[in-house]
Design a protein. Structure first.
Length: 470
């Protein structure tokens, strides 16, 4: 069994009679721009996610928006499929699969989700790029912030906030466009003819994106995201984490190029602090694994570039495991990881099965409050209302029947047409000769089947009640 690894938590705590200020003053982080393998990976990943997010909203499928959450009609369209509130179980399964997928990835590769794909990180990188384009590199930004207000400073700040707000607005419109068809929303916005709720949510998500990616940034990861707090439970000594190799790096310190630094007792770390300057959460990875670390590997790229300049081997900071760092073997296949993989595969299989066998017709039976009545021919009669929901994307004709009692007579429409997505309400009467009634309460089954596609069918149980049988 793999042991867990310690994660530093520097949250201030009261010592004896000392009191702790619950509000931690934030020091603004001026992140240095850098290049490298992981920066490129993150850019490609971020670009793919952006294209997916901004592009999917504009895709059409069968004459309707391909991904559309139609809240007033309570339907969710995703490409060719329509999901109803009755399919909520499938959504729950999907969320459980996502959670297990995240657990699996975390045990295997640490916080790659946070560093590469979390929207908070992706948007923060985009906002940092806007900051660099408008205000300059790290030193220029620090100088600009210290300088007194001037026309040049105001212009640069306005340009930065303009780009930030523009990105936030586009994000909000796209997000709302998944709930209100975007091809209708955008022209409505341009002609200032948009509904109050749509306007409210666009304003809300614009401010949320602008605030989170522009100002809160690492504070969301450190103080608001619960995932950062429970990661230490998931990590073990075989989990891939971004780590500094102290055996190789220490004793850190500056040195002249070309001297025998080992003879002076120095390690490979030249203490340039570049790894700290590029870190979006402002931590020093040389202090060990900390819960603030989002596993983005910016420090790996930065340190590798220094190692290259110094003609030292790369990898002083790298994706590695605790076992590897202590000279032991890393076990990729371990019980916990295998357990998560099996659970994940089983749940994906079950989800696929539930999805493929999902009925495209839903049948609900409501029995009348009057338990039974005797009709003019002396038969016992029960009244029901059938709710037939056509969940298919095409119009269907349904044939209805009832079974469960010998001699049961169905009185009502046998065949009904339902348009795609239509819910029909159908009154139905069943009657039976009282002599043939075995008991006062009898189980019966209503059946609906599509005449166009017999694989589309649904049964619903109900009761047929009558007088007490002696
Ligand atoms: S970037 Fe590398 S060499 Fe520079 S301080 Fe960090 S660990 Fe040391
Ligand atoms: S320590 Fe390195 S991997 Fe962790 S958040 Fe900072 S730059 Fe990213």
């Amino acid at each position: 069994m793999s042991e867990q690894i310690p994660v530093r938590d520097d949250t201030p705590r009261a010592q004896d009679s000392d009191s702790v200020d619950l509000y931690a003053q934030r020091e603004k982080i001026y992140t240095r721009a850098f290049t490298g393998l992981y920066r490129n990976l993150r850019r490609v990943g971020g670009l793919v996610l952006f294209i997916l997010f901004f592009g999917t909203a504009w895709l059409n499928w069968d004459g309707r928006q391909a991904v559309w959450w139609d809240l007033p009609e309570r339907k969710f369209y995703i490409f060719g499929a329509t999901f109803w509130p009755q399919d909520f179980m499938l959504l729950s399964w999907l969320l459980i699969i996502c959670a297990f997928g995240l657990f699996f990835v975390t045990v295997f590769a640490g916080r790659v989700w946070c560093g590469y794909t979390c929207p908070q990180s992706v948007f923060t990188w985009v906002y940092m790029w806007a900051e660099k384009v408008t205000e300059g590199d790290r030193n220029q930004r620090m100088k600009l912030d210290k300088a007194a207000m001037s026309g040049r400073k105001a212009l640069r700040k306005m340009a930065k906030h303009g780009i930030w707000l523009g990105v936030a607005l586009l994000t909000a419109i796209t997000f709302v466009g998944y709930f209100t068809p975007i091809r209708q929303l955008v022209p409505d916005l341009l002609s200032l003819d948009v509904g109050g709720w749509a306007l409210f949510w666009i304003a809300f998500f614009t401010l949320a994106t602008y605030g989170n990616a522009g100002f809160l940034r690492e504070q969301v990861c450190i103080y608001m995201c619960p995932y950062a707090r429970f990661q230490s439970v998931m990590f073990d000594k075989d989990t891939l984490i971004v780590s500094y190799d102290p055996t190789r790096g220490e004793k850190r310190g500056p040195r002249k190029k070309g001297i025998d630094y080992r003879a002076q007792g120095l390690g490979d770390c030249i203490d340039c602090t570049l790894c700290v300057q590029v870190c979006p959460t402002g931590i020093d990875i040389r202090d060990g694994l900390q819960f603030e670390c989002i596993g983005c590997a910016a420090c790996v790229d930065a340190c590798d570039s220094i190692m290259e300049k110094m003609s030292y081997p790369k990898g002083l900071i790298s994706y590695t495991t605790e076992h590897n760092l202590s000279g032991q073997e890393t076990h990729l296949l371990r019980p916990r990881l295998i357990g998560y993989a099996i659970a994940l595969i089983a749940m994906i299989g079950l989800f696929g099965y539930a999805l493929s066998t999902r009925s495209l017709v839903e049948l609900d039976v409501l029995k009348d409050r009057v338990l039974f009545r005797e009709n003019s021919e002396g038969r016992i009669e029960n009244v029901y209302t059938l709710k037939i929901m056509n969940k298919a994307q095409r119009d269907l004709t349904f044939v209805i029947d009832a079974a469960g009692l010998d001699g049961l007579i169905y009185e009502g429409q046998r065949e009904v047409k339902a348009a795609a997505g239509e819910i029909l309400s159908l009154p139905v009467e069943l009657s039976i000769d009282p002599e043939k009634l075995p008991s006062s309460t009898n189980e019966i089954v209503f059946k609906v089947q599509s005449a166009d596609d017999p694989s589309i069918h649904q049964d619903a149980e109900s009761r047929f009640t009558g007088p007490s049988v002696r």
